[in-house]
Each structure stands twice: as C-alpha cells, then as structure tokens.
Design a protein around this ligand. Structure first.
Ligand SMILES: NC(=O)c1ccc[n+]([C@@H]2O[C@H](COP(=O)([O-])OP(=O)(O)OC[C@H]3O[C@@H](n4cnc5c(N)ncnc54)[C@H](OP(=O)(O)O)[C@@H]3O)[C@@H](O)[C@H]2O)c1
Length: 259
C-alpha cells in the first residue's frame, strides 16, 4: 500500500490517536490523514511541541486536526481524559490506543506499588476505558475500528526490569481478543499491533546504544523498526483490506520473534 493512497473507506471518518506527540502515534496520525481520514484528534501527554508538529503535518495532509492532552498514568488522569473525549469528540470511528511506556525499569526487589500502578494505568486501564468511551457511537452506527499497541515484550517477558510492562502488554493482547469477541457481532473490529524494537524516543530513554545494537543484530531483517513500518500495519488494520481480521495481535518485528 502506498502511503499517499487515499482510501474511500476512511473518508469522512474521525480518528482518535493517543500518544500522537511523537513516535508510532505521530506516524500513525499522519498516515491516517494521508489515507483520507477527515478528522484526526491527537492526544499527547506532556510534549505539546511534538503534538503541534504532528498537528501541522496532519493538517498539511488535508485532514482537520485537534489536540487533547491528558496524563494516562493515573486513575484521575484517565477519568478526566475519558470524560473529555465523551464530551468533545463523541463520534470516534477509529481509535488507536497507542500511548504507552515502560515508565521505568526496575527489578523485582526495587519495584514499587506506585510504579506498578502507573505502568498498568497507562498501558492497560487507559486502553480499556477509552474503548468503553468510544463504543457507544460505534454501536449506534454499526461500525468501528480499534487498534491497540501491544509489544514483543508480551511474548518474551520483556527486557531487564520490564516485567510489569510485559505483563501490561500481554493484558492488551488479551483485552484485544475479549473485546473483539464482544464487539465483532456489532460491526466493530478490534485488533492489536505488537512492535519489536523501534528505533525511536522510547528506546532513547529506556535502552543503551549497545543493547539496541544487539537487538538489531538479532533481527533477521538486519534493522530495527521504524515508526512508519508500525504505522503502515496499523493503517492496514483500519482498512477494508483487513475486514475479516478480528482479535489478532500482529507482530511487526523484523523476524526478531516468531510465533
Ligand atoms: N518503541 C518500541 O520499540 C516499542 C516496542 C513495542 C511496543 N511499543 C509501544 O508502542 C506505543 C508507542 O510507543 P513509541 O515507541 O511511539 O514511544 P514514544 O516515542 O516514547 O511515544 C510514546 C507516546 O505515549 C505518550 N505517553 C507516554 N506516557 C504517557 C502518559 N503518562 N500519559 C499520556 N501519554 C503518555 C507520549 O506522550 P508525551 O510524549 O506527550 O508525554 C508519546 O506521545 C506504546 O504503547 C509502546 O509501549 C513501542
């Protein structure tokens, strides 16, 4: 699929992309606009400058865009953002639950309850309750697309100090299957994309150059992933080409882990 192709099924649709200030979320928001989504609502955590950059590229691609912010690592932040979504953008046709993070690496003996809650809130609770927030409209119109971001960590238990992040991403894959079963009969498709190692801000923060090089060397494809490579798979899951795919977690990892 060529990235500039406008797809008729995306015309007139409203998409909400969480974590669109950078990385995979930004690439996905821009790709959705280029493929013909009419309105792209961009959520960000704290990086407003990045969100504004994504917004200008979304608008440059011909879509309407708007920014919304919210900290999704606390229950209060999730509740406030969910309430905001319900009032300001009640007609989401495509939800990309992308915001996520390791938050911090910590081994068992140093892991705190606060860190546990933040990892779970951001990567699991926000995903589930955003699905809950957008489905009334999808049920009314009898169609909708949800794509969640899992991780290779869900399959391999994660790198050092990332056990709870890995568990959170495994929960995302399970939620994807459960909601797909619940919602498929009403025309809503729920799937997930599971990146391997993407060479972006995430690993600038959480991995050393040596660790990244060893991950690259272990990938049969010989490269780390890019934001756009993950975004292309997300776009596929938003289109009619994937119409019979429900509840799947698609691995995008250059062959780093095969199942
Ligand atoms: N990079 C990888 O190799 C990789 C691998 C597997 C899975 N993933 C998953 O892919 C998704 C996108 O990650 P990425 O690689 O694009 O990472 P990234 O470049 O670090 O971007 C993460 C996005 O999530 C948002 N976010 C982080 N913490 C947040 C919080 N507390 N509240 C609200 N938003 C928050 C960030 O917003 P602000 O910057 O505005 O705060 C940012 O827009 C995540 O779910 C991640 O777990 C990534």
């Amino acid at each position: 699929m060529h990235v500039e192709d406008s797809l008729p099924e995306l015309k007139g649709k409203t998409a909400l992309v969480t974590g669109a200030s950078r990385g995979i979320g930004a690439a996905t928001a821009i790709a959705l606009a280029r493929h013909g989504v009419s309105r792209v609502v961009l959520h960000y955590g704290g990086y407003r400058e990045g969100a504004e950059r994504t917004l200008s590229l979304v608008e440059g691609a011909g879509a309407e865009g708007e920014l919304m912010s919210g900290d999704l690592s606390t229950s209060q932040g999730i509740q406030a953002f969910v309430a905001d979504v319900k009032t300001t953008v009640p007609e989401v046709d495509i939800l990309i639950n992308n915001a996520g993070s390791l938050v911090g690496r910590a081994k068992l003996d140093e892991f705190t309850e606060d860190l546990f809650d933040r990892v779970m809130n951001l990567n699991v609770k926000s995903v589930y309750f955003l699905c809950q927030a957008v489905t009334p409209h999808m049920l009314r119109v009898g169609s909708g697309i949800i794509v969640n971001l899992s991780s290779i960590a869900a399959r391999n238990g994660g790198g050092p100090g990332a056990t709870i992040y890995a568990a959170a991403k495994a929960a995302v894959s399970a939620i994807t299957k459960g909601l797909a079963k619940e919602l498929a009969p009403q025309g809503i498709r729920v799937n997930a994309v599971s990146p391997g190692t993407v060479d972006n801000h995430f690993h600038e923060v959480f991995s050393t150059k040596q660790a990244l090089e060893s991950m690259r060397a272990s990938a049969p494809a010989g490269t780390l992933g890019t934001n756009e490579e993950v975004a292309d798979t997300i776009i596929f899951l938003c289109t009619e080409s994937s119409r019979y795919i429900h509840g799947q977690t698609i691995e995008v990892n250059g062959g780093m882990y095969m199942i």
